[in-house]
Ligand binder design. Sequence first.
Ligand SMILES: [Zn+2]
Ligand SMILES: [Zn+2]
Length: 683
Amino acid sequence: MDYGSIPSAKSSQPSMHSTTSVNDIEESDEEAICVQEIEHKGKGLVAARPIKRGELLLAERPFLVLPSDPSNSSILVALSQCSREEQRTFFSLSNSFRDRLLPAIGIFESNAIYLPHSDPAREQEAIFLLASRFNSSCSPNVSKCWDPTLHAMLFRTLRDVEEGEELCFNYCDVLGTRDQRREEILEERNFECRCEVCELDDEESRASDERRSTIARLFEEVAGCGKEPTLGMRKIKIALRLLKEEKLIHYETSFYYDAFQFCVMVSDFSNAKAWIKRSWEISCCTSGPDSDIARMFKLYWANPRAHEVFLELQCPILVSLLQAAAYILPRRLAQPDSSLTNALLHDHAGLYEAIDAKQGRMYAPPILLRLARYTKFKVKPIHLKGAAVSAARDLTKGEIILSESPIFTLPLVRDQNAVMGGLHACNSEYKRMYYDMCNCHDVSDEMSKELGIFATNGIPCGTDCCSGRVADREGVFVISARINHSCTPNVNGSWIDWVQQIEQRATRDIKKGEELCRAYIDVLLPKEERQKVLMDKYWFKCKCESCILTGDKSAASDQRRRRIREILDKHFDGKAKDVDEGFLEVREGLKLVAQEGLVAYDSAFYFFGFHLCAASSDFESAKEWAVKARDTHRLVFGQTLEEIYERLVANPACYPDARTLPQRSLHGPDSPSWNSHGIGTGS
Ligand SMILES: [Zn+2]
Ligand SMILES: [Zn+2]
């Protein structure tokens, strides 16, 4: 729900530059490249002399800039402000949409390059007269990088290039298989990539696909190796070997950075330095030596201990553990005097064993900071309706779609001063993004603009949808704020305290192109109340799949949601003393949750199953329930409760409520007898 992306009069104006190349950059040497006819490809750019890796080939200012997906008429309007000569140049560019689109838009779509923006809804597309001659390659030897300060696209070589060799960058996600890449390029550019990788014979192409898919898989898997640095390093080494074989230099940076972090985690600072040096070298080729990322790597190279995974033991870590404990375990257990809290307080050293005795320091929980790879979603502005985020490809349940840091966070109780204080600490770019965000309270005089924006876009940092606990802070996130609301969401955000980021995950399988939606409010309320809360707080009428139901169907949905809440409350408050009834309710809850598509609640019901078994001293069954609760929790919330679940799985008897009910023999969640009767057998 965000109206901030309606193009303002200023940003929809095309910007024109009579000088399209940047002459004030010394290192750029345009003598190094020349336009040539390339077999099967039309015109292309080739090296006019041998070129070393990392050289700046070209720094070009855009000829024409428009908001993404412009119409034919908006392109014509922009062109009408150009000289005759410039118009002629534009219409001489290649057009791969000749059979489908009008000439102006056909040429634009064939040649436009995205100008990345920290807010994807504000991305623009631009035409570069010379750079549009670069052909596509799925093993590119050129990287492009937008420099907003110079207002120019910078092109650098990724590897040494011989004289006469063609220079290409990638038009698509190079980790896709040949079929996926073909589909993407055909959709976006309406032509078939004829690069050396795409032209391999079928057998070699299959081998290449296999390598690329493995790299993509390893990229995801490394994220889960925070506690197993050795395993993580092994995966990184395989990925780096495959990247070499596929001549894909882009992704090396990210794996080197992961390797650096694993080394820092185990205090191996000399190897950490060697890895981060490589990250720095590659980032100089991909983004340039003056880019933020290259500077960051250089800083870590000089002082690996500066990295965030190496933190002093501070209260926030313990606080976050306690919050995690309270996250799903029954509320009453999270009271300060409970045995669980005590266990956490006195046994924290056991949770994080990597204490550097000499330094008297302790490592932060093992979660890696990853370089973003935004290939999973697209943000599209919708005229007069803000923006919508949709899946850029098929997503599987549990997949992380996005990890995002907030512009800033504030305590729930806040006033104008608090918001101004938060803004004061932001840099000018963040401030601008903040003021560009939607404010649905602008009709009321009671709220200032700053407060209104926060009220509209604030996302709880640490919400616990299972127990109804409310997070104590809210944050403003540029991309997450663009994800619209649904009362049957397919995305769930989890606040990860130790990295201070929100992770948006797919809560079910999502098809490419499907809109991504998260829940802004308590979705267990009946429809009428949901609509009222949404109208009061966000000024819109929800038209999600659950809200468009009418009559009996709507009443049935309300009834199911009310009942889910009822069972949750009863079990969270520890009122489920009757084991038979408790199990019937767990089973009913799981069924209702599935019917309503509210999978975020699965893990709570599996946890109740665990509670009943552990309380009845059936620790074998309890373990099975705990595994199920852990796995379903992980799919929706990531590893936020991993430590606690590991303990419960390893030793269910350590659960504070264990043995509090008469001893009984029960069933695990997958037991056929449980499924058919829903009742355990008495001992
Ligand atoms: Zn290709
Ligand atoms: Zn709705």
